[in-house]
Design a protein around this ligand. Structure first.
Ligand SMILES: Nc1ncnc2c1ncn2[C@@H]1O[C@H](COP(=O)(O)OP(=O)(O)O)[C@@H](O)[C@H]1O
Ligand SMILES: [Mg+2]
Length: 500
């Protein structure tokens, strides 16, 4: 039925010190198709793309490109041959214009002719237009955000007449609308005759656009599905090697008294307007809203990170004064930011991170900053949390930098729990982590609720909000516009409240 594949890999192996990243991976990519490659964090997806793209060397195996055996020695050589790689951490040169970034390596090299910038600018503008964006290619790289930088790399790939573009987690830095746009671009590129490898752990997105999906687990290719066979549950099962029956392991918890009440909370700039709500012990309170609805700003204002114009916060029946984040911590409110770079010191170990907020209580005698730290209790506390939260690997001396996203998130939560938070505000706690880890974090929320603490779950994932929360608030334009009990909530009602 098919012609020869444009790309074929045969039995690719790759070892790193202490880990075999690829254990004999063989795939085929045909003309005009989008091939999804999915797998959990650490499955070997990036390593595989980097080997094809000339960034890493394989240990063994063969790569055929247009039926010829090849081994690209640099990304540039790959690009010259029609193979482009768009990495996860997109990087364009900040002090060059976008068009110069598009044309890198293709400048007019003639000694006699001056560089024809005007032609390059016009050509870039045209390619950007084809991609559906209207942007001036003279803008410097440093002035654009992630999405435009990514489009610049795509423009470069198109300009180099790439026959294959490999995208590594391309949507992880994008919002909903930009994601939608990018998926459209992928489809458009395919229809223009370009083949695509789309690497992601967001299976739904891949299922949306891919013609075929390969599942990689632990360095081994475990399955292949064609479009008619796509089935979310089967693909997830292949990815995590276990049946995930329950994506949303909500447990029924006895709901207690009101632990915190927020009255009339407004900020000084109008992102947060007259917010009123309460949360009870044992409760998971979901807060849904579209991007820009003010959920994060509300949380940051509540914890004293942003200036308040008005607002009363009552905890366990007593009005408390929260002027800065430290006050919030002292009153038992823990905030987990969406980005773990903000909650963890990545070069520090798991145990150093967990003990950081409580370091003074760990000093042998309390004489302030100079007195020695009781390392054995520091280790004990960390070890307890690492076990309780099932952090993998359970090595408290390991730098958090080397943990997967889900485990970084667990350490960040441990840090909040260690500082005795009884009200946890979790801002998109499962965003950007793989399914297995998502389920673990959700279990953890239930465990926290079971201890009589309260969880405020800010999430953009509607099914997550609906399935994990006891009650759901919807925010729009800085204020709460609707409230639903678990029983009344439906995707449609909530989405309608969030948008209309
Ligand atoms: N440069 C490296 N040095 C050592 N180990 C690495 C390196 N790059 C990746 N690994 C390891 O190889 C495995 C696969 O990683 P990766 O290809 O990045 O996975 P994925 O992209 O699927 O998340 C992981 O265990 C990772 O820790
Ligand atoms: Mg990767």
């Amino acid at each position: 039925m098919h012609r020869a594949p444009i790309l074929e890999t045969v039995d690719i192996w790759k070892r790193f010190p202490g880990v075999i990243a690829l254990k004999g991976v063989s795939i085929k990519v045909y003309e005009n198709e989008i091939v999804g490659l999915v797998g959990e964090n650490g499955a070997g997806k990036s390593t595989f793309l980097k080997i094809i793209g000339g960034i890493l060397r394989k240990d063994s195996g063969k790569i055929y490109w247009m039926s010829r055996e090849v081994e690209f020695r640099s990304p540039h050589e790959a690009l010259e041959n029609g193979v482009a790689y768009v990495p996860q951490d997109v990087n364009i040169l900040g002090n060059l214009s976008l068009y110069e970034n598009v044309f890198i390596g293709r400048e007019n090299k003639s000694l006699f002719l001056p560089r024809d910038s005007r032609r390059e600018i016009e050509a870039s503008r045209k390619v950007f237009k084809e991609l559906g964006i209207d942007i001036d290619p003279i803008i410097k790289g440093r002035e654009v955000g992630f999405s435009i930088a990514q489009l610049t790399l795509i423009a470069r790939a198109i300009y180099f007449k790439s026959k294959l573009i490999m995208f590594d987690e391309p949507t992880s830095g994008l919002g909903v609308i930009e994601t939608e746009k990018l998926l459209n671009i992928m489809t458009r590129l395919r229809d223009m005759g370009v083949s695509i490898i789309f690497v992601s752990h967001k299976i739904e997105e891949v299922m949306n656009v891919a013609d075929r999906i390969y599942v990689l687990r632990d360095g081994t290719l475990v399955s292949e599905y064609s479009r008619e066979q796509f089935d979310l549950h089967r693909i997830v099962r292949d990815m995590v090697a276990r049946e995930v029956k329950e994506f949303f392991p909500k447990e029924k918890v006895e709901i207690g008294n009101i632990i915190m009440e927020v009255k009339n909370l407004s900020d000084t700039v109008g992102f947060v307007k007259n917010v009123n709500f309460y949360v009870r012990r044992g409760e998971i309170l979901g807060i849904y809203g579209i991007a820009g609805s003010g959920r994060t700003e509300m949380a940051l204002t509540l914890i004293g990170f942003r200036p308040k114009k008005s607002g009363t916060i009552v905890i366990d029946g007593k009005t408390v004064e929260i002027r800065r984040p430290r006050d919030a911590i002292n009153h038992g409110i823990g905030y987990l930011p969406e980005d773990w770079r903000l909650s963890l010191v990545l070069i520090m170990s798991i145990s150093e991170n967990i003990s950081l907020p409580i370091i003074n209580s760990l000093r042998v005698i309390n004489l302030g900053g100079l007195s020695p730290i009781d390392f054995s209790s520091e280790s004990k506390i960390s070890r307890d949390y690492v076990n309780k939260l099932r952090v993998v690997p359970p090595d408290i001396k390991r730098r958090t930098l080397y943990l997967s996203g889900g485990n970084k998130q667990k350490v960040a939560i441990a840090k909040l729990l260690a500082s005795r938070s009884k009200i946890l505000i979790l801002d998109e706690p499962t965003h950007g982590i793989d399914v297995g880890a998502k389920v673990e974090i959700r279990k953890l929320m239930c465990d926290i609720a079971k201890e009589g603490k309260a969880v405020i779950l800010i999430s953009s994932e509607l099914p997550e909000v609906i399935n994990m929360s006891d009650r759901i608030l919807v925010m729009r334009e800085g204020t709460i516009v609707a409230e639903f009990s678990r029983d009344e909530a439906s995707e449609e009602k909530i989405a309608r409240a969030a948008i209309l």
